[in-house]
Design a protein around this ligand. Structure first.
Ligand code: IVH
Length: 678
């Protein structure tokens, strides 16, 4: 007997899988990610394995997937176009190996090929005497759609074999090849850039775009899309015998088919799995998207004897990487206030797992982005988290809107202090211009005490928030008015913690002028400019009377920074703040002595080159630069083989892509800081 709760869940899974299958294959508008689909399917397969009576002919597990659309002529495949079972991680891959070893002891001695699992569309290509005759989609695995005309537009697809007429290779009378058509990521991005510039709608991801292009009835549209192809299987061949998958790949290559370059042959499963893991780390360096690798038994005889279970050959398995893209609900849009008062929106999400971590928030870049993508509160959204980079919202899934979604409005007041927000002419950013806004104060204090500036041990973001909320800090100078009594009254503070913090604050009083100067967060003054100014003026007293002319006379200080400095020191509120610091005994006059070469060589980033791209969460570009330089590193503008690290923030540019292509290590702001801590 099947327990009632399981029957009910199975009915739910049937309904959901059928619906998603239809969304995906017929409407070409999936509303969940591939991985989420796989998860549902696997759950159903699990119940069916436990209770075989649940298996019905209409179960979503019983078909190869895919409705056949009415638009195109039908093509019967010469053999079933099979799918693959999944293994999530090394352990499941080894379980797969153990399973097939139990079925056939020859598995003990077979080799394995490992190929990338290209995230595109399966295409089935028919050749007669070397001439491309017909091409089809996978359809339901038995019958596909005739997309010959669309496929002809793909430049990588050989129309006549062999591609090299002088190649010494036998061309079979009949040949049917399986491959994957896809859009390279860089080309997808470039295409979207162009569409955006022309004011047209942009696409969500390379895969759906490729699918739409391949099945477009207007082949001119297909031709205009940057599609390409990689082949990996022979479905049918006449007159030639091939013994292994490795031989197949090489044979396809000799005929002129594009085959995946990262494919490799291994003599044991452990090495094959290690190779899959290795590519998990560097998959973003591939020109195409991939959600895994495919491990295949190399020997054809063993491969076919192992047979098929459902729609999957037993002798191959997809080694899947954790999902990078998932869908979830956008519960709300929050607005952060930065140190300079800039308001930045972020997505508050229904918590969801992406790539092994639970994501609750994601960046929305800026207000323009929300309107450009027509993102509404309550929408189902597609989010992506790749590598160490902060998760971001790709866009809404418009098809599942219920009508209850709300259009977001740019706040007219600061969400924290309630004072009017302003958008300066010619700027995209909206600002809170209230100098005593508590949100700005919190950010200012965080910056004031942070590692790159006054470096007060044990003083972080949480404490800054707590102290402002408790009314203990009204400006940054108040950090030096904290005493034991005040601290002990705070939640989480004991004797020892209070003493330690006060000792660290005492140390901070003795920091040199340049550190205090950069701690104040004067616009345009990062570590490097602060050092130049401290060296040239020697004290706040001198800086208070400096003119723009005095300032630009200093090497490294430009007209704009000079004006910012004069403005800052001229503002009465800042003069009051400085006076307060003077009274509190925080008035360094110490001139920083330039480091000697030997000292420079000791610094953690000595000899290393960094490139910055995108907007970092806490640091401006010049602050990050100053941090790197203060630690002995160099910052350059473009990525090359000599670059040691690329530091990536929100909306990174092509530098990030280039870094990936060159295999250069990518860091986010937090990872950059950690480099120094280690
Ligand atoms: S082998 C019978 N190899 O991944 C062999 N598939 O379900 C089954 N794919 O949609 C396929 N790259 O189109 C194989 N190197 C590769 C592949 C690959 C991508 C796709 C395939 C199918 C899915 C597996």
């Amino acid at each position: 007997m099947v327990p009632a709760n399981i029957s009910a869940r199975v009915a739910e899974l049937h309904e959901a899988l059928h619906r998603h299958n239809y969304q995906y294959y017929v409407l070409q508008a999936p509303i969940i990610s591939d991985l989420e689909f796989d998860k549902l399917l696997r759950e159903l397969q699990g119940y069916e394995a436990d209770f075989p009576s649940l298996i019905s002919p209409d179960s979503p597990t019983q078909r190869v997937g895919g409705e056949v659309s009415e638009k195109f002529a039908k093509v019967a495949h010469p053999g079933p176009i099979l799918s693959l079972g999944n293994a999530f991680g090394a352990e499941e891959a080894k379980e797969w190996y153990e399973r097939i070893l139990r079925l056939d002891d020859r598995v003990e001695n077979v080799d394995f090929t490992v190929e990338p699992k290209i995230d595109g569309l399966t295409v089935v290509l028919h050749y007669e005497n070397g001439v491309f005759m017909q091409g089809a989609t996978r359809g339901n695995g038995e019958i596909g759609e005739d997309i010959t005309a669309n496929l002809r537009t793909i430049a990588a697809l050989p129309l006549k074999l062999p591609i090299d007429p002088n190649a010494k290779v036998v061309v079979p009378t009949r040949l049917v090849v399986r491959g994957e058509a896809f859009m390279p990521v860089a080309e997808f991005d470039a295409m979207n850039e162009k569409l955006k510039a022309a004011g047209e709608k942009t696409y969500v991801n390379p895969r759906n775009t490729a699918s739409g292009a391949l099945r477009n009835l207007d082949t001119k549209v297909t031709a205009s899309r940057p599609l390409t192809l990689l082949c990996y299987q022979i479905v049918l061949i006449e007159g030639i015998a091939l013994d292994s998958q490795w031989e197949t790949l090489n044979y396809l290559k000799s005929l002129g088919f594009p085959v995946p370059a990262v494919s490799q042959l291994f003599s044991n499963i452990d090495d094959a799995v290690a190779y899959c893991e290795e590519w998990g780390e560097k998959r973003s360096t591939l020109s195409y998207e991939t959600d895994g690798m495919v491990i295949k038994v190399n020997e054809n005889a063993v491969y076919s004897d192992l047979g098929i279970v459902g729609k999957d050959p037993r002798a191959a398995v997809a080694y899947k990487y954790p999902a990078q893209e998932v869908t979830t609900t956008l519960n709300d849009i929050g607005v952060n206030v930065g140190r300079t008062g800039v308001l930045t929106p972020y997505a508050i999400l229904e918590p969801v797992e992406v790539g092994g971590v639970v994501v609750r928030q994601a960046t929305l870049h800026n207000f323009d982005f929300i309107f450009e993508k027509d993102i509404r509160i309550g929408d189902r959204v597609l989010i992506k988290r790749a590598g160490e980079v902060i998760p971001y919202v790709i866009g809404p899934i418009v098809d599942v809107r219920t009508g209850a979604e709300r259009v977001f409005e740019i706040p007219s007041v600061c969400p924290v202090c309630g004072e009017p927000a302003e958008q300066p002419e010619g700027e995209v950013a909206v600002y809170c211009v209230n100098a005593s806004c508590p949100a700005q104060l919190k950010r200012n204090i965080e910056h004031f005490v942070s590692r790159g500036t006054l470096d007060i041990d044990g003083f972080g973001e949480k404490l800054a928030v707590q102290l402002v909320d408790e009314g203990l800090l009204a400006d940054v100078a108040d950090v030096f008015t904290l005493d034991k009594e005040k601290l002990l009254a705070l939640e989480g503070f004991g004797d020892k913690k209070a003493d330690n913090l006060l000792a660290a604050i005492e140390v901070a009083k003795t920091r040199p002028l340049d550190r205090l100067l950069s701690a104040l967060g004067v616009k345009g003054v990062g570590d490097v400019a602060a050092r130049d100014l401290a060296n040239a003026f020697g004290s706040f007293d001198a800086l208070l009377t400096a003119t723009v002319d005095d300032l630009v006379a200093i090497d490294g200080i430009g007209q704009i920074s000079a004006q910012f400095v004069v403005d800052w020191f001229g503002r009465p509120a800042n003069q009051k703040l400085l006076e307060k610091l003077r009274v509190l005994g925080v008035w360094p006059t110490q001139v920083v002595i330039q480091q000697t070469e030997a000292e420079q060589a000791e610094l953690p980033f000595s000899g290393q080159t960094f490139v910055l791209t995108g907007t970092l969460p806490n640091w401006s570009r010049s602050e990050a630069k100053s941090f790197i330089e203060a630690n002995g590193g160099k910052v350059t503008g473009s990525v090359s083989k000599k670059t040691s690290y690329v530091v990536v923030g929100e909306s990174p540019g092509s530098k990030a892509t280039k870094a990936e292509a060159l295999g250069i290590q990518i860091l986010d702001e937090a990872a950059l800081r950690r480099l120094v801590e280690n």
